[in-house]
Design a protein. Sequence first.
Length: 468
Amino acid sequence: MCRIFIQGKIHPEIQVGMREIPLNDKEIPSLSIYDTHSNNVHPIRSAWPKPAKDLTQRQAAQKGIITPEMEYAAIREGVAPEIVLKELMSGKAVLPANRKHPECEPMIIGSKFLVKINANIGNSALGSSIEEEVEKMRYAVKLGADTVMDLSTGKNIHETREAILRSCPVPIGTVPIYQTLERGDLSWENFRDTLIEQAEQGVDYFTIHAGLLKDYIPLALKRTTGIVSRGGSLMACWMQTNKQENFLYTHFKEICEILRAYDIAISLGDGLRPGCIADSNDEAQFAELKTLGELTKIAWDLGVQVLIEGPGHVPLNKIKENMDLQLELCHGAPFYTLGPLVTDIAPGYDHITSGIGAAVIGMLGTAMLCYVTPKEHLGLPNKEDVRTGVITYKLAAHAADIAKGNEQALLRDKALSRARFDFRWEDQFALSLDPELARSYHDESSHSKFCSMCGPNFCAMRITQKML
Ligand code: SF4
């Protein structure tokens, strides 16, 4: 396995890193696959030309300009840059790349492209250090996280984020309301200053709970688990205490002006996402979704790229309604969901309960899946939990890509199956999502033309080969 670089044609100054897997296979001698990992994180975008008048990627697309970022993302996806431009222009995709995060390797999130995954990291008041969080980020990206959200709520939020941003090749997202509280009271002025502080550092997308309105709070309070989003519960409590409308809603245009100046994407938060199966697809959830649709148009008109966040806890039979309504109410803006978890009864296994829902909603058109780790509902994930969460979600995203007929995804499966049938173990490991684990399991049996599962006389593939 090695990293190769593909030069841009429209923008020859760009060099797109891909992972090349050489194979001992005449039909598929090698495979170049999308690679989030980089051993050499540096400000690659600093020397690239910028669109005139500091246009956002959305505004550039609307003017028909293919930026270096668009071509970079297109090469990674194996599609023509015009497809990236078209999807950005219509708002059906986003390319989160703050001008102040030059280390970020551009990528695109939209239903026409490979399904992406996000890994959450960040400290809490009860644990972790800057070094541990940077290490978690590096590990998540190495395993294939397409974006990382720094959800720190503990000490040194600014310094932790700075260390993460300067060594991170993927877009970084945050929920700025967390640091607002660390800086002082929950007020519009304090929130605005937090936004600018984070924008200057280079955060690529912000989760902002602007769609949770005062009128929706009673709907949520009669639920089984009320409001389960941290940002949502904080804003709802503020509204109830101050008897005022959500200031993220009343100041939404000012927020968009700040975001446009840096080309930061907005991820419209689902503060009223259902926190259990009993609350799924309820009035509170869909009332907020409708408002997110209205805000999408305002943000688009101001040149800002938009993602829509989604649930949560949803049983399998109600997932399609979520996807259909999101597309209808939010005008095709990319959906970014947390799972969803398809049952509530498996704490300790919620990477699996949510991975099932994630694969289904990904197949239906969700563009990015936010990972869930085995620690969900139980504690702060450590490095090993990050590993489990990322691999589970790469699996869910890949399963969705296959179901959508993505050729890159299908070819990788074919290459792996050919390696498996030929007993080319090293090729099989190199093509797998978690080569280290696959190799270590095989080493326990270490046979070349069969494995300890069936043994030499019952190895079905070996028997079939004798028949050829
Ligand atoms: S022994 Fe069984 S599991 Fe192992 S390679 Fe052969 S068919 Fe597959």
